[in-house]
Write a protein that binds this ligand. Structure first.
Ligand code: ZN
Length: 150
């Protein structure tokens, strides 16, 4: 099949994944016994993310989010919570860097299987105004981790 058809299929699949997470967000809600709750807003788009994190030593034992906003911001938060749950700060850091690389348009990052479903957000790189939407939950996570380590 021609490359352009394949790439159109992938982008349709990615669009479907984003809408699925937007309509049925995973890990959305309050988190009982959260150690950190971070509010992060993107006034350019009107997105709000409240990230609630429970730690176990150096690892994120559990995390949930509340808030509202565009499909990119909410899908990114939903997919991020799935990927990050149970991981240590040392494991999270390279994933965050890869995700940031991807939405900034580094082509090899969008091929990185370690990002899982988050790769569906690779198209954001073509829309600079949406990059902040995609990074909102990750910035909240970074703040929560920084608070944890003091
Ligand atoms: Zn947005």
């Amino acid at each position: 099949m021609p490359l352009s058809d394949r790439s159109a299929q992938i982008s349709a699949l990615y669009q479907e994944m984003i809408l699925d997470h937007y309509r049925r967000p995973r890990n959305k809600g309050e988190l009982e016994g959260a150690d950190a709750s971070v509010a992060m807003k993107n006034p350019l788009c009107g997105d709000e993310i409240y990230l609630h994190v429970a730690f176990d030593g150096d690892a994120v034992r559990d995390l949930k989010f509340t808030g509202r906003g565009c499909s990119i911001s909410q899908a990114s938060a939903s997919m991020m919570t799935q990927l990050i749950k149970g991981k240590s700060a040392a494991e999270i850091e390279p994933l965050r860097d890869r995700f940031r690389d991807m939405v900034m348009g580094k082509a090899d990052a969008s091929e990185d299987a370690s990002l899982g479903s988050l790769r569906s957000l690779s198209g954001v790189a073509k829309f600079p105004a949406r990059v902040r939407c995609a990074l909102l939950a990750w910035n909240a996570l970074e703040t929560a981790l920084a608070e944890r380590s003091g």
